[in-house]
Design a protein around this ligand. Structure first.
Ligand SMILES: Cc1cc2nc3c(=O)[nH]c(=O)nc-3n(C[C@H](O)[C@H](O)[C@H](O)COP(=O)(O)O)c2cc1C
Length: 328
């Protein structure tokens, strides 16, 4: 398998990164990916301080290898970053916002920063702010989507703009063909989200995982529809019953959509989840989970099975070697 400069920088063997997939991340998933030679990640934006400490400590008990944490900067999350740094985290990933003060704090604590961007200008700003790695997220990505340019064009443009800073390709990658393509574009590593939602360890609800298997490359919708909790933020998700009732109503704006405020599911502690919430269905949730947002990238159409994360990493490695072997 190709070894790139990012392997030495991050202390990993394979340039394959399990993308932060919000609260579907967990210690078992992150540790399985790291133990397989890739980089596992924990999303901590929507976890309470005690839980953040607990998931970091648990991950550390499961692996001696490096792993990272992710924060979405849509709100002020300095307190959460401080907890992670206090816990000794050395790889910090940031998304969706102005990263300067977070980069400074991370560097002061001796941590590296990877910043996810959706455009060349955002990449240049992150590079000027001192980001150690730039994650270029194409429009086909699942979850919240920062830009409007496809991975195929964004990655080489960002590589050119921020050289020699390493660039990670995100969005649309779910197998060895995509990984080989990303290297051909100049990426130093790949960042896979939807593929790892469809892993045994991910905390996504089982009906969500089954929906991923059934979906094709054209079954996602890019919109700002699921906005309760995070407004005006474009995201890509599977079409589901909530999308259908909204489309049937003529795609009305926020405030005029069918069944707004309707409680459709509940978290394990009983907290209600309303229609159009930005919360994704987790295995502990109950109710009409089908009507909740099922974040997924176009790469969903390439995913045919739910597997343990270690096997996914192994398979990705083999497929990549096979594709690149054909080039010689
Ligand atoms: C379920 C899900 C949740 C996500 N949550 C986050 C998050 O909390 N933070 C973040 O930086 N990116 C998040 N993303 C975006 C991913 O990090 C990544 O950019 C994206 O999954 C890449 O596209 P792919 O799904 O085609 O692999 C999420 C993506 C998915 C699918």
């Amino acid at each position: 398998m190709i070894r790139t400069s990012i392997c030495d920088l991050l202390g990993i063997e394979l340039p394959i990164i399990q993308a932060p997939i919000s609260n579907a991340t967990c210690p078992e998933l992150a540790a399985a990916v790291s133990n397989s030679g890739g980089l596992g990640m924990l999303s901590v934006t929507w976890r309470q301080p005690d839980e953040i400490r607990a998931v970091i400590r648990e991950t550390r008990s499961l692996t001696e290898k490096p792993f990272g944490i992710n924060l979405v900067l849509e709100s002020d999350v300095h307190d959460r970053l401080n907890i992670c740094l206090e816990e000794g985290v050395k790889i910090v990933s940031l998304f969706w916002g102005e990263p300067n003060s977070y980069i400074r704090a991370s560097h002061q604590a001796g941590a590296l920063v990877m910043h996810s961007v959706g455009s060349v200008s955002e990449a240049q700003e992150a590079a000027s702010a001192g980001a150690d790695v730039i994650v270029a997220q194409g429009w086909e990505a699942g979850g919240h989507v920062r830009g409007t340019v496809s991975t195929l064009t964004l990655v080489p443009a960002v590589v050119d703009a921020v050289a020699p800073i390493p660039v990670v390709a995100a969005g649309g990658i779910a197998d060895g063909r995509g990984i080989a393509a990303a290297f051909a574009l100049g990426a130093s590593a790949v960042w896979l989200g939807t593929r790892f939602v469809a892993s045994e360890e991910a905390l996504a609800h089982h009906t969500y995982k089954q929906k991923l298997l059934a979906a094709g490359v054209g079954d996602t919708i890019y919109s700002t529809l699921f906005d309760v909790g995070w407004e005006n933020a474009a995201h890509r998700a599977l079409r589901n019953s909530t999308v259908e009732i909204w489309e049937k109503a003529g795609c009305p704006p926020r405030g005029k959509r069918p069944n707004e405020g309707q409680v459709i599911a509940r978290k394990a502690d009983g907290t209600p989840i309303v229609r159009y919430s930005f919360s994704q269905p987790l295995e502990t949730m109950q109710g009409d989970v089908e009507g909740m947002v099922h974040y997924a990238g176009q790469s969903v159409g390439l995913i045919k099975d739910i597997q343990p994360a270690a096997r996914i990493v192994q398979q990705l490695k083999q497929e990549t070697e096979q594709v690149m072997g054909q080039w010689q």
